[in-house]
Design a protein. Structure first.
Length: 310
């Protein structure tokens, strides 16, 4: 199984899958939609995007590869690094496609341009819900037929002797009325069908939202839960050391940096549900920038500055 397959598997269960030293694939759920020009209904799905800044290893992909291939963590990391190196080499020369995920090419500025594939829906609650086309309701055509029939229906005045109306006239009039009522009934039927279709789509969306709210994901052999006592920071400028999916990994990183003399701490969870760790926090912007430049030279070139407004 290739690295693309492992990434694809994880995208069904997680909102963000980070490939170390390459970038992160992020999913955002979008609701069901209708194309009013083609009359096509689309099921709810996950919209896939790529963030080149998410390169720090959070352990999710490496642990999954190690478990699936029955190899050590270090060997799994080597396998991923080797395939990532091949990806970068290919993208530098031509467009590169990752199966069931999307394609990459370089922009004029040398940045990755990602185009996701729309053939795979990573929203598990939408399995079996394919797009379909509902034909437009045609009402004008039936109205014209009724009008035409009304104009050709003969009208014969009654004579003073009150003779009985010929049978064929009664039949023609009855047929016209039945046809008109049938047209109205058909129009009403089409309207009801359309309303039912919209109502079903809204109901399905409500079920999807409820499923997402109640969904939980279980990882085999999870690390012990650690209670973090994080003091609320009042400083606005933070030099970031990394972001981790597992709180235990974030705590481990903090201890490692503290031993090196940094005033490291956990900042909390970002919008991708990753626990952020900082080398230190500063009140003045210039102090933060100076510290960042020093850390990039001596500690890690992946460090970056986070500004929070409190």
């Amino acid at each position: 199984m290739t690295l693309a397959n492992y990434i694809s598997d994880l995208l069904y269960r997680y909102e963000c899958v980070i490939v170390p030293n390459f970038g992160g694939f992020v999913t955002n759920e979008i609701s069901a939609k209708v194309n009013h020009f083609t009359h096509t209904f689309y099921a709810p799905s996950k919209q896939l995007s790529f963030n080149a800044h998410l390169q720090n290893n959070d352990g999710l992909l490496v642990n999954y590869v190690a478990s699936a291939e029955n190899i050590s963590y270090a060997n799994a990391l080597e396998v991923i690094e080797g395939e990532v190196a091949l990806w970068k080499s290919t993208i530098a020369n031509e467009e590169f496609e990752i199966e069931n995920i999307g394609s990459f090419h370089l922009s004029a500025e040398g940045k990755y341009i990602f185009e996701p594939m729309n053939t795979v829906n990573y929203l598990t609650s939408s399995f079996g819900m394919n797009s379909y086309v509902s034909p437009a309701v045609k009402r004008i055509e039936y109205k014209e037929k009724v009008a035409q029939l009304d104009t050709v229906t003969p009208i014969i005045p009654l004579k003073e002797n009150k003779r009985k109306t010929p049978a064929f006239i009664k039949y023609a009039a009855t047929a016209a009325i039945i046809f008109a009522l049938g047209s109205v009934g058909w129009n009403q039927y089409q309207t009801n069908e359309y309303n039912n279709l919209v109502a079903d789509a809204e109901l399905q969306q409500q079920k999807v939202d409820k499923t997402i709210q109640e969904a939980t994901f279980i990882i085999e052999n999870p690390l012990p839960t650690i209670t973090l006592n994080v003091t609320k920071e009042t400083f606005n400028y933070h030099v970031i050391a990394g972001a981790f999916r597992e709180p235990a990994n974030a705590e481990k990183k903090v201890k490692e940096l503290v031993k090196k003399g940094f005033n490291a701490k956990i900042l909390g969870v970002n919008k991708w549900n990753l626990t952020q760790v900082s080398y230190g926090s500063f009140n003045a912007k210039n102090d933060a920038i100076n510290a960042l430049n020093t850390i990039k030279k001596s500690e890690s070139k992946d460090a970056w500055l986070l500004v929070k407004e409190y």
